[in-house]
Design a protein around this ligand. Structure first.
Ligand SMILES: O=C(O)c1cc(=O)[nH]c(=O)n1[C@@H]1O[C@H](COP(=O)(O)O)[C@@H](O)[C@H]1O
Length: 285
């Protein structure tokens, strides 16, 4: 039981709620697009990426509840990019933020076990507090990641209804019994969280109404789409009508990063985005 929220949870859910109660419901994305590096006066190479990372760690680490580095933007720089990503993960965690590695992993179970070690095991230099994963090889293929997260008090965020316009082709298809695919993912996640640890979060975009019944989830809901993709904080209550908004975690990357490279301006943009979300949502207590 978490005293400040009234939500019954242990494990990752308790860590997550502690972070958002202290720092507010907002996830700051670290997406070092080449265009952003250029806008910040940096070179599009490992040195520029490293400087970008340092600014983000200093500006966002002390204030954001959750920080989500997008792995894709580090990968083009190879081992040097991964070294910077390791520093981002460790640096943000040292500042007290939860780090959600946006790796969107999804594969057969035996390979998922290796991904779980990479992103969720203390032995790995990439170890984060949580990782995004894709259920489209079948929810049960995610079992190694769910079990690893559960054992370590860490989390997984499973794609359910993504923010991009193409997502509906698969996610709104019907499964036997009449539910849509996305609702079946929600229900599978809710069943995992019934034990009370809230290990399994979801990803549900802020860009549209989705019709999902999220009431039984009892776990965090990452909601990207604020800012560059057009959603606003004012949209969130309607998008998540019927859900427990204590668990809703709106996210923005480019919309906040556009305020850099000045550390104070970047931090202020993050705090302003968070404050807009908090003003739009029902307060915690
Ligand atoms: O899992 C995600 O974070 C994610 C899921 C989704 O449905 N939509 C989505 O945009 N994202 C990620 O969230 C970030 C959005 O970035 P901005 O559009 O710049 O705010 C990117 O890193 C995306 O990969």
């Amino acid at each position: 039981m978490h005293g400040d929220t009234g939500v019954v949870t242990t494990g990752f859910g308790a860590r997550y709620l502690d972070a958002v109660v202290r720092r507010g419901r907002f996830c700051a994305g670290i997406d070092p697009h080449a265009g952003l590096l250029t806008d910040w006066g940096l070179t599009v190479d490992a040195a520029g990426l490293s400087r970008f990372a340092d600014i983000c760690i200093e500006a966002l680490g002390p204030v954001a509840a959750v920080i989500k580095p997008q792995v894709a933007f580090f990968e083009p720089f190879g081992s040097a990019g991964f070294a910077v990503l390791e520093r981002v993960i460790a640096g943000c965690r040292e500042h007290g933020a939860l780090v959600l590695a946006d790796a969107k992993r999804g594969d057969i179970g035996s390979t998922m076990a290796a991904y779980s070690t990479a992103w969720l095991d203390d032995s790995s230099p990439l170890c984060s507090d949580a990782v995004t994963i894709s259920p489209y090889l079948g929810f049960e293929s995610l079992r190694p990641a769910i079990d690893a997260a559960h054992a370590a008090g860490r989390g997984v965020f499973v794609l359910a209804r993504t923010s991009n316009p193409e997502g509906g082709q698969v996610q709104t298809a019907s499964v036997p019994g009449g539910r849509i695919v996305a609702q079946s993912i929600v229900d599978d996640a809710a069943a995992e969280n019934a034990s009370g640890t809230s290990t399994v979060g979801l990803v549900v975009g802020a860009t549209r109404s989705h019709g999902l019944d999220l009431a039984a989830l009892n776990g965090p809901i990452l909601s990207p789409g604020l800012g560059a993709q057009g959603a606003t904080a004012a949209d969130i209550p309607e998008v998540f009508a019927g859900a427990d908004t204590r668990w809703v975690l709106p996210a923005s990357s480019r919309g906040v990063l556009a305020a850099g490279p000045d550390v104070a301006a970047l931090r202020a943009a993050c705090e302003a985005a968070r404050d807009e979300v908090e003003s739009a949502l029902t307060p915690f207590s």
